[in-house]
Write a protein that binds this ligand. Structure first.
Ligand SMILES: Cc1ncc(COP(=O)(O)O)c(C=O)c1O
Length: 385
């Protein structure tokens, strides 16, 4: 058994990262300064998108995208129940109604057939999530969007560096949202980004994250101007220079970090697929996942106990397992507001009953990986039916 808890996710910070932040602390700009543009331009180039607009979190970035897509009171947007609540919440922030479509049983991504059934004359947008870092079925979702005149906001908060049909996610959907929370592939502490190829979306996103004001304080200083106009109701969702300096520096390790996560996933899958009670994540042929999470499913028919006992036993082995996610419609806030009772989205609900996320972060050592594999083997054998 490990002597210390292995967390399910964790940031890696280099000396160069620390120096980049210290340099900004000594500069003239702590918030919107030169590092914001530098980070956005470098990020857009890395993704292969025309524009990248930074936000103070992935959640704020989702809110910005929901605003830019024109979601408002009376509108609906279709999303997956198997996600972090923020994906659906951004629709509520705009006064719209989240409409859930069940997931596929293999990748656990939103099922395009179910999406098509949920589209009505009130639908404004589709919000697929690249669950665990595995891109959703984007071609089918974009096809539904095109047929119905909808905007696709891809929640790629798990999927920085993932590839779909040979292209990095971030320039495929109309807008793509990323998160820079510490457990992600790149961190700025808190932070997020929207990438898009559409200049109108980019312009709206920039205003929205800055109170709806059409210029930044730095632009005004540069131009010797005091006058500004607030042209729409926005928020203060700016990502400060200190955070952007960290993000910019972290980009230097991003290729290596994504590659390391793929190597960890390959080792996990090779070992775990041999275990009777463990179902490893499915990978579609046309994608390269980015592996934010490594969620296994338990075959409880081969175990004498349920998921909760296996979870507790792995924690007792100091393996920091987690569960992603309680389906959004089952949270009290959604039950109270929309009357969900459970049973509405059987694939998401039954996946939830058997899911366990194993530790997955690029700083894991080979010994850490071996510890996880042997703990899963020990626990599932101990509780074999
Ligand atoms: C799928 C998904 N969407 C949105 C978010 C929100 O991102 P943030 O924590 O940066 O606000 C997360 C956070 O983990 C997430 O997993």
């Amino acid at each position: 058994m490990r002597s210390r808890l292995l967390p399910y996710g964790r940031q890696s910070i280099t000396e160069e990262d620390i120096q980049a932040v210290v340099d900004v602390l000594r500069s003239d700009w702590l918030t919107t300064g030169p590092k914001v543009e530098e980070f956005e331009e470098a990020f857009a180039a890395w993704i292969g998108a025309k524009y990248a607009v930074s936000f103070s979190s992935g959640t704020a970035a989702l809110h910005g995208a929901a605003f830019a897509a024109g979601i408002g009171p009376g509108d609906e947007a279709v999303t997956t129940p198997l996600t972090f609540a923020a994906t659906a919440n951004c629709i509520l922030y705009q006064g719209g109604t989240p409409v859930f479509a069940d997931v596929r049983t293999d990748t656990l991504n939103i099922d395009p057939e179910r999406v098509a059934e949920r589209v009505t004359s009130r639908t404004k947008a589709l919000l697929p999530v690249d669950y665990a870092g595995h891109p959703a079925d984007l071609a089918s979702i974009l096809e539904i969007a095109e047929r119905n005149g909808l905007t696709v906001i891809e929640d790629a908060c798990h999927a920085l560096g993932a590839e779909y049909r040979g292209r990095r996610v971030g320039s495929i959907s109309h807008m793509t949202v990323f998160s820079f929370h510490p457990v992600k592939h790149l961190t700025t502490g808190e932070g997020g980004m929207v990438t898009t190829n559409d200049p109108k979306f980019a312009e709206t996103l920039r205003k929205f994250r800055n109170h709806g004001i059409s210029s930044s304080a730095r632009d005004r200083q540069r131009e010797g101007q005091w006058h500004y106009e607030m042209v729409l109701l926005g928020f203060n969702y700016r990502l400060p220079d200190v955070a952007c300096a960290l993000g910019l520096q972290q980009l230097a390790s991003l290729n290596a970090n994504v590659a390391r996560r793929r190597a960890i996933a390959a080792r996990y899958s090779a070992a775990l697929r041999e275990m009777i009670a463990v179902i490893v994540p499915t990978v579609a042929e046309d994608v390269l996942p980015a592996w934010h999470l490594y969620p296994i499913r338990l075959d409880c028919s081969r175990l004498s106990v349920g998921r909760a006992e296996i979870f507790r036993a792995l924690r007792a082995e100091n393996i920091g397992v987690n569960v992603h996610y309680v389906p959004v419609h089952l949270h009290p806030c959604y039950r109270d507001r929309f009357g969900y009772k459970g049973g509405e989205f059987p694939n998401a609900e039954s996946a939830y009953e058997s899911l366990i996320s194993l530790p997955m972060f690029h700083g894991m050592t080979d010994d850490d990986i071996a510890d996880v594999i042997s703990a899963v083997e020990k626990v599932t054998q101990h509780y074999a039916a």
